[in-house]
Write a protein that binds this ligand. Sequence first.
Ligand SMILES: C[S@@+](CC[C@H](N)C(=O)[O-])C[C@H]1O[C@@H](n2cnc3c(N)ncnc32)[C@H](O)[C@@H]1O
Length: 269
Amino acid sequence: MSNKTRHVNDVAFDGYEIFDSEEDIQKYRKSKIEDVQKNVHFIKRFFNDKMTVLEIGSGNSKFLYALEQHGILNRGYGIELSNSRVDFAEEWKKDLKMNNVTNINSNFFDCSLEDFPDFDLVYCSDMAFQLFDPSERGNDVKCLETVYDKMKSGAKILLEVEDSKNLFKTMTNDEVRVWQEFDESDPWRYLLWECKYETDDSWIRYNKSFIKRDLSEIFNSSIILKNYSREEAKTMLQQNNFVNVQIFEYWKEKGDMEDDGYIIIGEKE
Ligand SMILES: C[S@@+](CC[C@H](N)C(=O)[O-])C[C@H]1O[C@@H](n2cnc3c(N)ncnc32)[C@H](O)[C@@H]1O
């Protein structure tokens, strides 16, 4: 085993989605599937036939499962770094009796796509893409280059990212603290974000403190996200040969994503 210290972004989701009771699991699954309906609604505008999909940073694989439930998934592949999230996804898959989704527990950048079929959709949501460049400089472009080669002609890439303009407005000396409260299905109740903008790299460093629902426990972790303005993201996709690059401000209706978030789509010619 390597002694190399893992980057904060690569360990940030370790231990996620471990629950104390079956009831909590069921409640959580239900809320996650409800939450992702807007994403599926969005995707349905672009595809008529069943799709082969790669999700990078697939978490609990809710998106892939929801696509299958809507009858629009041919095959789904989720690549996810966190062991506990993949374990959760695998248990869920067993209960759903789905055999066309493959959950792969790996760092995307260590995973060969050689044996995978070509994709109709490459999907990377909820700011996962923004973790890549801070984790290793240039990994954002490397990711685009890698998937491009495995996409069918006419296939789409979808990234959900943030340009944290509103966050920057709240900062003093490039720093700010923000509180968030989770809904009842989550074992954690509050999250305190301490945010610092590192302007040279366009990286935002977040130190996170999670507080348990019964206030019995505090868990600290950090992540670093690269900020992408709409223009920067568009240029990056175009420079990596994607065409028909389009930006959308919501999945189904205004306000249904993070404050500063947006969706960017590109197509392989
Ligand atoms: C913010 S979560 C989003 C999860 C899921 N896409 C969703 O929308 O719920 C980001 C996920 O990306 C995973 N991740 C981060 N870097 C990764 C990498 N290099 N390879 C694979 N997964 C990665 C994290 O472990 C985490 O579960």
